[in-house]
Every structure is written in structure tokens, then in C-alpha cells.
Write a protein that binds this ligand. Sequence first.
Ligand SMILES: *Cc1c(COP(=O)(O)O)cnc(C)c1O
Length: 341
Amino acid sequence: MQKKEIDWANLGFGYIVTDQRFVANYKDGAWDAGHLTADPNVTMNECAGVLQYAQTVFEGMKAYTTVNGQIVTFRPDLNAKRMVDSAKRLEMPAFPEERFLEAVTETVRANAAYVPPYGSGASLYIRPYMFGINPVIGVKPADEYQFRVFTTPVGPYFKGGVKPLTIRVSDFDRAAPHGTGHIKAGLNYAMSLHAIVSAHAAGYDENLYLDSATRTKVEETGGANFIFVTKDHKVVTPHSDTILPSITRRSLMYVAEHYLGLEVEERDVYLDEVKDFAECGLCGTAAVISPVGKIVDHGEEICFPSGMEKMGEITKKLYDTLTGIQMGQIEAPKGWIHVIE
Ligand SMILES: *Cc1c(COP(=O)(O)O)cnc(C)c1O
């Protein structure tokens, strides 16, 4: 297969239309068989549920080429399951997990020419999502839904080298107790836009959100979970019902314990203790792990000993091991790598 003429190494993170996308429709209580289409546009009624009451959930994952030349995705079964959980919380019909995997596979296969070659650092970003599509004006769940998967090639995250982030403790909250912080829904992002735009305007890369009940515990940023490393190399991640269960974070904690032999802890992490950690990273599909150099709490700076130039020692080991597993250079735990072709 002939790859597209794309300057993979210099791609950013933006939407580039690809050849095919998957569409399935839910009507009269059932999902249809679905199909691929070349049409990137969605047509819907002006009163569609998603447009009026934001009934929509999504996933984010990547396809990439391994050292053996295979096109693979990483733990897509967990994305399938998480999307079912997200859909249920918003009173949407689940898209069956098996069918999710088939739809992702079919869409990536149809766009294989856009999957960047091994070693480019780039990948094919995959966006499964679903939304209420029939007219809804009285507040209630839609009756009809559309599930779609599109792909877009994205560049290496650490283009131009690793630059540890500076983040601020936000005065805004991301998620309420018993709210929707644990699901992957556009609504959580819509309300974070003001916080991120104002953080950028003030010179920060990201917001650290605290638990909104007590404002004493670390939760996450707008789109990534935290991992901290103690001075004696214990890997700690916040436990909370209101953070989004990142698949990258869960995988990194497994790698820390089973590949690196480190002690791991998922527990309450208080803002007051953050100054005692040696390293801090943000984890998500986009970067795997992005080092944090500094956290600013209303003028008070917490500077991690790992500094503003490079990844901390343990952060780097975690990054190298997980990316090695993803790229087929290090043996993966069973079921982690899903071969597409
Ligand atoms: C998607 C997302 C993450 C990262 O999850 P991954 O499964 O690792 O990509 C973290 N936090 C939020 C709020 C997210 O939406």
C-alpha cells in the first residue's frame, strides 16, 4: 500500500480529513449494521439532542506502526468499555464493545495509507464518538443516535524536544462529587475552555484541578491524569471518583509495578504534600507522559527537582518502557496490543 505524501515528523495536532469514516445509526431501539463513508460531513436536524442538550460522548486512541511493520492499536478494549460507561451516564444506548473494536479496525484499515511509518513518532489519531441526533426540545434523552469513528494523522508530541510544563492550581472546578468527571463527555471539555484559555493567557500550560468538595486534593488537568514520584521512587497517582480513568495512567502504573519493580499507590493526594514529590507527569493518549516542572499555587511555586529541561529519571523510565511496549520493542502484557494488519 502506498502511504500518503505527508511530512510526518512535522505534523501537528490538527484535523486532516482522511478517506473513510464509520457511521452507524440507532433507531427504534437497535443499532444498524453501520458502514464506511467518504463523506466527512454530518447532517442533522436543527433541534438534534446533541445540539440542544449536549448529549454526546467520545473516545480518543491511536493507531501506529510497530518495529515489525504491523499497524496496531493499544488496549482498544478499554476504550470500548469506557465508552459504554460514558454513554450509560448520559442515558445513551451502549454501542456494543465488540462492534466498537470492529468499527475502529475497519476505519483504520480503510485509512491505512495515513498511518505514519515506524520511527516517525507520528500516529493516526482515532476518534470514536456518538450523539443524540433526533429533534429534542423538552429535556429528555434522544431516541435516535449516531455512532461514528474518524481518523486524522497527528505528529510526534515531543516535537522539538521535551519541555516540562508549568501548570497552575485552578480556581475553577472541573467535576462535582457525583457528577460527570469520570466519563469522557464533551460537556466536561466545554466548561473547561474558559479555564484553559485564561491559563494560557496568564502563561501557564495547563490547569491543575482540585477536588471541588474540599479543594485540598489533586484531581487532574482538563485532559490528563497525574502521576507523582516520591523521593524514594514510589509511584503515586490520585484516587478519586471524579477523575477520568485514563488508560495510559492505568498502563503506566502497571508498568511501574511489573516492569520496573517500583512500589505504586493510588490514593488521596493532598495539594499540601505535592512539594515533597521528586517528579510529576501528566498522562494521556496524546503524550503518554508529559513531565511537569513547576506547579504554581497563587504565586507560590512548587519546583520539582527534575527541573525545566528534561524528564525526571523515573518519568523517563516509565515513558521509555510504555512506548517500547507500544512499538513492539518490549514484550507487552497479554492483550495490550491489538493488531489491525
Ligand atoms: C481522555 C482523558 C484523559 C486521558 O485518558 P487516556 O485514556 O489515557 O487517553 C485524562 N483525563 C481526561 C479528562 C480525559 O478526557
